[in-house]
Design a protein around this ligand. Sequence first.
Ligand code: AP5
Ligand code: MG
Length: 215
Amino acid sequence: MNIILLGPPGAGKGTQARILMDTKGFIQLSTGDMLRAAVAAQTEVGKRAKAVMDAGQLVSDEIVNAIVSERLDQPDVSSGVIFDGFPRTAAQASALDEMLSSKGMDLDRVVSMEVDDELLVERVSGRYTCAKCGEGYHDSFKKPAVEGTCDKCGSHEFKRRADDNAETVRGRLVAYHAETAPLIAYYEGQGKLVTVDGMAEIGTVTASIASALEA
Ligand code: AP5
Ligand code: MG
Protein backbone atom coordinates (compact mmCIF):
# COMPACT_ATOMS: atom_id res chain seq x y z
CA MET A 1 0.00 0.00 0.00
CA ASN A 2 1.32 3.47 -0.89
CA ILE A 3 -0.15 6.51 0.84
CA ILE A 4 0.33 10.24 1.10
CA LEU A 5 0.07 12.09 4.41
CA LEU A 6 -1.05 15.54 3.35
CA GLY A 7 -1.16 18.38 5.82
CA PRO A 8 0.33 21.68 6.95
CA PRO A 9 3.58 22.07 8.94
CA GLY A 10 3.07 20.53 12.38
CA ALA A 11 -0.02 18.54 11.36
CA GLY A 12 1.63 15.36 12.63
CA LYS A 13 2.72 13.82 9.31
CA GLY A 14 6.15 12.77 10.60
CA THR A 15 4.74 11.52 13.91
CA GLN A 16 2.13 9.33 12.21
CA ALA A 17 4.52 8.20 9.45
CA ARG A 18 6.92 6.82 12.07
CA ILE A 19 4.07 5.01 13.82
CA LEU A 20 2.94 3.47 10.51
CA MET A 21 6.53 2.49 9.78
CA ASP A 22 6.84 0.70 13.12
CA THR A 23 3.43 -0.97 13.05
CA LYS A 24 2.94 -1.77 9.37
CA GLY A 25 6.50 -1.96 8.04
CA PHE A 26 6.01 0.84 5.51
CA ILE A 27 8.89 3.01 4.34
CA GLN A 28 8.71 6.72 5.28
CA LEU A 29 9.64 8.99 2.38
CA SER A 30 9.98 12.46 3.90
CA THR A 31 11.30 15.03 1.46
CA GLY A 32 11.93 17.37 4.42
CA ASP A 33 14.15 14.76 6.12
CA MET A 34 15.94 14.01 2.84
CA LEU A 35 16.58 17.71 2.19
CA ARG A 36 17.83 18.25 5.78
CA ALA A 37 20.21 15.31 5.30
CA ALA A 38 21.48 16.93 2.07
CA VAL A 39 21.97 20.26 3.88
CA ALA A 40 23.90 18.53 6.70
CA ALA A 41 26.07 16.67 4.19
CA GLN A 42 26.64 19.92 2.24
CA THR A 43 25.84 18.28 -1.09
CA GLU A 44 25.05 20.42 -4.16
CA VAL A 45 21.31 19.90 -3.52
CA GLY A 46 21.80 20.79 0.15
CA LYS A 47 23.62 24.01 -0.71
CA ARG A 48 20.81 25.04 -3.08
CA ALA A 49 18.06 24.10 -0.61
CA LYS A 50 19.38 25.54 2.66
CA ALA A 51 18.44 29.22 2.31
CA VAL A 52 15.04 28.35 0.83
CA MET A 53 14.22 26.03 3.74
CA ASP A 54 15.45 28.49 6.36
CA ALA A 55 13.11 31.09 4.84
CA GLY A 56 10.16 28.67 5.02
CA GLN A 57 9.72 28.60 1.26
CA LEU A 58 9.39 25.62 -1.05
CA VAL A 59 12.44 24.04 -2.65
CA SER A 60 12.12 23.81 -6.46
CA ASP A 61 9.96 21.07 -7.97
CA GLU A 62 12.94 20.01 -10.08
CA ILE A 63 15.13 19.23 -7.04
CA VAL A 64 12.38 17.58 -5.01
CA ASN A 65 11.02 15.44 -7.86
CA ALA A 66 14.54 14.23 -8.62
CA ILE A 67 15.24 13.08 -5.05
CA VAL A 68 11.88 11.31 -4.83
CA SER A 69 12.33 9.55 -8.16
CA GLU A 70 15.78 8.36 -7.09
CA ARG A 71 14.41 7.08 -3.76
CA LEU A 72 11.63 5.17 -5.53
CA ASP A 73 14.28 3.20 -7.42
CA GLN A 74 15.36 1.48 -4.19
CA PRO A 75 13.99 -2.07 -3.80
CA ASP A 76 12.63 -1.52 -0.25
CA VAL A 77 9.75 0.61 -1.61
CA SER A 78 7.92 -2.65 -2.34
CA SER A 79 7.04 -2.74 1.40
CA GLY A 80 4.76 0.28 0.83
CA VAL A 81 5.62 3.97 0.93
CA ILE A 82 4.30 6.76 3.14
CA PHE A 83 4.87 10.03 1.33
CA ASP A 84 5.40 12.60 4.09
CA GLY A 85 5.56 16.20 2.88
CA PHE A 86 5.44 15.27 -0.82
CA PRO A 87 3.81 16.24 -3.13
CA ARG A 88 3.44 19.88 -2.16
CA THR A 89 2.59 21.53 -5.49
CA ALA A 90 0.39 20.68 -8.48
CA ALA A 91 3.54 20.02 -10.53
CA GLN A 92 4.85 17.59 -7.89
CA ALA A 93 1.50 15.79 -7.77
CA SER A 94 1.46 15.20 -11.52
CA ALA A 95 5.14 14.22 -11.46
CA LEU A 96 4.32 11.67 -8.74
CA ASP A 97 1.47 10.22 -10.82
CA GLU A 98 3.92 9.73 -13.69
CA MET A 99 6.70 8.32 -11.50
CA LEU A 100 4.39 5.79 -9.89
CA SER A 101 2.91 4.63 -13.15
CA SER A 102 6.35 4.31 -14.79
CA LYS A 103 7.56 2.24 -11.84
CA GLY A 104 4.42 0.08 -11.81
CA MET A 105 3.26 1.39 -8.42
CA ASP A 106 -0.19 2.54 -7.29
CA LEU A 107 -1.30 5.30 -4.98
CA ASP A 108 -3.91 3.85 -2.62
CA ARG A 109 -4.96 6.65 -0.25
CA VAL A 110 -4.29 10.28 0.47
CA VAL A 111 -4.84 11.14 4.12
CA SER A 112 -5.56 14.82 4.66
CA MET A 113 -4.72 15.81 8.26
CA GLU A 114 -6.71 18.86 9.31
CA VAL A 115 -5.37 21.15 12.05
CA ASP A 116 -6.10 24.85 12.75
CA ASP A 117 -3.28 27.29 11.99
CA GLU A 118 -3.00 28.64 15.57
CA LEU A 119 -2.33 25.18 16.99
CA LEU A 120 0.26 24.46 14.30
CA VAL A 121 2.50 27.31 15.43
CA GLU A 122 2.45 25.91 18.98
CA ARG A 123 3.13 22.38 17.74
CA VAL A 124 6.08 23.35 15.61
CA SER A 125 7.62 25.80 18.11
CA GLY A 126 7.69 23.09 20.83
CA ARG A 127 9.04 20.28 18.67
CA TYR A 128 12.39 18.51 19.13
CA THR A 129 13.76 15.17 18.00
CA CYS A 130 16.27 12.59 19.17
CA ALA A 131 19.59 13.39 17.48
CA LYS A 132 20.37 9.68 17.18
CA CYS A 133 17.19 7.88 16.04
CA GLY A 134 14.99 10.80 14.97
CA GLU A 135 12.08 10.05 17.35
CA GLY A 136 9.94 13.18 17.64
CA TYR A 137 8.95 14.91 20.88
CA HIS A 138 7.17 18.05 22.04
CA ASP A 139 7.75 20.34 25.04
CA SER A 140 4.10 20.00 26.11
CA PHE A 141 2.40 17.30 24.02
CA LYS A 142 4.90 14.44 23.89
CA LYS A 143 7.67 14.35 26.48
CA PRO A 144 10.02 11.37 26.87
CA ALA A 145 8.98 9.04 29.74
CA VAL A 146 12.29 9.82 31.48
CA GLU A 147 13.27 13.46 31.04
CA GLY A 148 16.32 13.89 28.80
CA THR A 149 16.32 10.25 27.60
CA CYS A 150 14.91 9.08 24.26
CA ASP A 151 12.14 6.47 24.76
CA LYS A 152 13.21 4.64 21.63
CA CYS A 153 17.02 4.43 21.74
CA GLY A 154 18.07 5.78 25.16
CA SER A 155 20.15 8.62 23.69
CA HIS A 156 20.50 11.85 25.70
CA GLU A 157 21.06 14.09 22.69
CA PHE A 158 18.19 16.03 21.14
CA LYS A 159 17.97 18.67 18.42
CA ARG A 160 15.65 21.36 17.14
CA ARG A 161 15.11 22.33 13.50
CA ALA A 162 16.46 25.64 12.17
CA ASP A 163 13.06 26.43 10.59
CA ASP A 164 11.01 25.71 13.74
CA ASN A 165 10.45 29.25 14.94
CA ALA A 166 7.15 31.13 14.97
CA GLU A 167 8.14 33.52 12.17
CA THR A 168 9.28 30.84 9.71
CA VAL A 169 6.28 28.66 10.55
CA ARG A 170 3.97 31.46 9.46
CA GLY A 171 5.83 31.62 6.12
CA ARG A 172 5.53 27.83 5.76
CA LEU A 173 1.79 28.12 6.42
CA VAL A 174 1.45 30.72 3.66
CA ALA A 175 3.25 28.36 1.26
CA TYR A 176 1.00 25.49 2.40
CA HIS A 177 -2.25 27.35 1.80
CA ALA A 178 -1.13 28.75 -1.57
CA GLU A 179 0.61 25.72 -3.08
CA THR A 180 -0.31 22.54 -1.21
CA ALA A 181 -3.90 22.87 0.04
CA PRO A 182 -5.24 22.78 -3.58
CA LEU A 183 -4.00 19.17 -3.76
CA ILE A 184 -6.86 18.19 -1.44
CA ALA A 185 -9.29 18.80 -4.31
CA TYR A 186 -6.92 17.12 -6.77
CA TYR A 187 -6.95 13.86 -4.81
CA GLU A 188 -10.63 14.14 -4.02
CA GLY A 189 -11.10 14.17 -7.79
CA GLN A 190 -9.08 10.94 -8.02
CA GLY A 191 -11.37 9.37 -5.37
CA LYS A 192 -8.41 8.74 -3.06
CA LEU A 193 -8.89 11.35 -0.37
CA VAL A 194 -9.73 10.56 3.25
CA THR A 195 -9.80 13.27 5.91
CA VAL A 196 -8.81 12.87 9.56
CA ASP A 197 -9.05 15.27 12.49
CA GLY A 198 -5.42 16.08 13.21
CA MET A 199 -6.36 18.15 16.28
CA ALA A 200 -7.03 15.03 18.35
CA GLU A 201 -4.45 13.31 20.56
CA ILE A 202 -1.67 11.40 18.79
CA GLY A 203 -3.16 7.96 19.55
CA THR A 204 -6.61 9.03 18.37
CA VAL A 205 -5.17 10.32 15.09
CA THR A 206 -3.32 7.00 14.63
CA ALA A 207 -6.61 5.12 15.11
CA SER A 208 -8.45 7.38 12.61
CA ILE A 209 -5.72 6.82 10.03
CA ALA A 210 -5.84 3.06 10.59
CA SER A 211 -9.58 2.95 9.97
CA ALA A 212 -9.27 5.27 6.97
CA LEU A 213 -6.71 2.90 5.43
CA GLU A 214 -8.92 -0.14 6.05
CA ALA A 215 -12.04 1.47 4.58
P1 AP5 B 1 9.05 19.26 6.21
O1 AP5 B 1 10.14 18.69 7.00
O2 AP5 B 1 8.20 18.36 5.41
O3 AP5 B 1 8.18 20.14 7.18
P2 AP5 B 1 6.60 20.48 7.19
O4 AP5 B 1 5.75 20.02 6.09
O5 AP5 B 1 6.59 21.93 7.41
O6 AP5 B 1 6.04 19.61 8.30
P3 AP5 B 1 6.65 19.39 9.69
O7 AP5 B 1 7.72 18.36 9.62
O8 AP5 B 1 6.99 20.70 10.31
O9 AP5 B 1 5.37 18.83 10.46
P4 AP5 B 1 4.79 17.38 10.61
O10 AP5 B 1 3.44 17.38 9.96
O11 AP5 B 1 5.75 16.32 10.19
O12 AP5 B 1 4.57 17.36 12.17
P5 AP5 B 1 5.24 16.47 13.32
O13 AP5 B 1 4.72 15.08 13.22
O14 AP5 B 1 6.70 16.67 13.40
O15 AP5 B 1 9.64 20.38 5.25
C1 AP5 B 1 10.55 21.34 5.69
C2 AP5 B 1 10.97 22.24 4.55
O16 AP5 B 1 11.61 21.46 3.52
C3 AP5 B 1 9.84 22.96 3.81
O17 AP5 B 1 9.47 24.17 4.46
C4 AP5 B 1 10.46 23.19 2.44
O18 AP5 B 1 11.37 24.27 2.46
C5 AP5 B 1 11.24 21.90 2.22
N1 AP5 B 1 10.45 20.86 1.57
C6 AP5 B 1 10.12 19.64 2.09
N2 AP5 B 1 9.39 18.93 1.24
C7 AP5 B 1 9.23 19.71 0.14
C8 AP5 B 1 8.53 19.55 -1.09
N3 AP5 B 1 7.84 18.44 -1.37
N4 AP5 B 1 8.58 20.57 -1.99
C9 AP5 B 1 9.27 21.70 -1.74
N5 AP5 B 1 9.93 21.94 -0.58
C10 AP5 B 1 9.92 20.94 0.35
O19 AP5 B 1 4.54 17.13 14.61
C11 AP5 B 1 4.88 18.44 15.03
C12 AP5 B 1 4.97 18.49 16.56
O20 AP5 B 1 3.66 18.28 17.11
C13 AP5 B 1 5.86 17.40 17.17
O21 AP5 B 1 6.54 17.95 18.28
C14 AP5 B 1 4.87 16.30 17.62
O22 AP5 B 1 5.35 15.61 18.76
C15 AP5 B 1 3.61 17.11 17.93
N6 AP5 B 1 2.39 16.40 17.57
C16 AP5 B 1 2.16 15.65 16.46
N7 AP5 B 1 0.89 15.19 16.43
C17 AP5 B 1 0.29 15.68 17.57
C18 AP5 B 1 -1.02 15.56 18.11
N8 AP5 B 1 -1.98 14.84 17.47
N9 AP5 B 1 -1.28 16.19 19.28
C19 AP5 B 1 -0.32 16.91 19.92
N10 AP5 B 1 0.96 17.06 19.46
C20 AP5 B 1 1.25 16.45 18.29
MG1 MG C 1 7.70 16.34 9.40
